[in-house]
Write a protein that binds this ligand. Structure first.
Ligand code: NDP
Length: 292
């Protein structure tokens, strides 16, 4: 049973999916999400399967475009362009990473920004930076929702984002700024990381280093949103592995006021936010009123 300071990402994601589901019911037509999967990376296949499953559970239509591992750049681009032109398609997601040899930036840039449900095109990133409405990246949006679930209004909170990737760190920092937080972005060249983290009311590690953040990096009572997903050997089951975050959860849990577990924290929120983006994209493109 989760302790009282655990933020239950699974439950919050379930509630968000339920809200998306009822929003879908109120629309004149079912939105459609297209997923492009190139090659046979096992983790990508698992992600795509669950994205399709949850899309359908929410009452939306799901379309899958599979290309072989040796697909050419032109073939992938042609697939995206066809989906751009298909008026039945509301959202396009290209599952990353693409096989070696393909230029994923160039593929992403082909996506019609009005269908960019991952929020990764230059247009979406630019609109986020400029504070204009648009489709926001899913994992960082999930982080904000979880922090708000724990703290309510985030105005004036010190937020430290650990990591500055295009996918997570940078957009997360901008989204917390949008919530009126005072945001610090830390990274591999940051001096005295621990001291900076200890200033955080909201700490968002997005680094990809197993259990790097120790309990003495965390201010008493702080809210910790752990984005990291790291596979490590499982000491309890020799020969097996387990997933851990960027935070040493057992010790951090004793200091933090609220903390997300891994798995069951940020992970489930990513897909829920993707589904919400699909509804938002459909409403915007088709001129439907956006449901709450
Ligand atoms: P990247 O590898 O692209 O970025 C990692 C960032 O961490 C970089 O900015 C890097 O700094 C910084 N960093 C690396 N080492 C250190 C260090 N020792 N001290 C301080 N900063 C460091 O990873 P992503 O942003 O794509 O992903 C981060 C983690 O989040 C991964 O574990 C990934 O699996 C997970 N993830 C989880 C998702 C979810 O749905 N829950 C979705 C996406 C990612 P620098 O820029 O200086 O190199």
């Amino acid at each position: 049973t989760p302790s009282s300071n655990q933020i239950d990402g699974k439950k919050i994601a379930e509630e968000l999916r339920a809200r998306v589901g009822s929003a879908v019911k109120s629309l004149p037509q079912h939105p459609t999400l297209a997923v492009v999967l190139v090659g046979d990376d096992p983790a990508s296949q698992v992600y795509v399967r669950s994205k399709i499953k949850f899309t359908q559970e929410c009452g939306m239509r799901s379309v899958e475009r599979r290309l072989p591992e040796n697909a050419s750049q032109d073939e992938v681009v042609a697939t995206v362009r066809a989906l751009n032109e298909d008026t039945e398609i509301d959202g396009i997601l290209v599952q990353l990473p693409l096989p070696k040899g393909l230029d994923s930036d160039a593929v992403i840039e082909e996506i019609d920004p009005s269908k960019d449900v991952d929020g990764l095109t230059e247009t979406s990133a630019g609109r986020l930076l400029l504070g204009k409405t648009g489709l926001r990246p899913c994992t960082p949006t999930g982080c904000v929702i979880l922090a708000k679930a724990a703290l309510g209004d985030l105005t004036g909170k010190n937020c430290v984002v650990l990591g500055r990737s295009i996918l997570v760190g940078k957009p997360a920092a901008l989204l917390f700024l949008e919530q009126n937080c005072t945001v610090t972005i830390a990274h591999s060249r940051t001096k005295d990381l621990a001291a900076i983290c200890r200033e955080a009311d909201i700490l968002v590690p997005a680094v990809g280093r197993a259990e790097m953040v120790q309990s003495d990096w965390i201010k008493e009572g702080a809210c910790v949103i752990d984005v990291g997903i790291n596979r490590v050997p499982n000491p309890a089951k020799p020969g097996k592995t387990k997933l851990v975050g960027d935070v040493d959860f057992p010790s951090a849990e004793k200091v933090a006021g609220a903390i997300t577990p891994v798995p069951g924290g940020v992970g489930p929120m990513t897909i829920a936010c993707l589904l919400r983006n699909t509804v938002l994209a459909a409403c915007h493109r088709r001129g439907w009123e956006t449901p709450d």
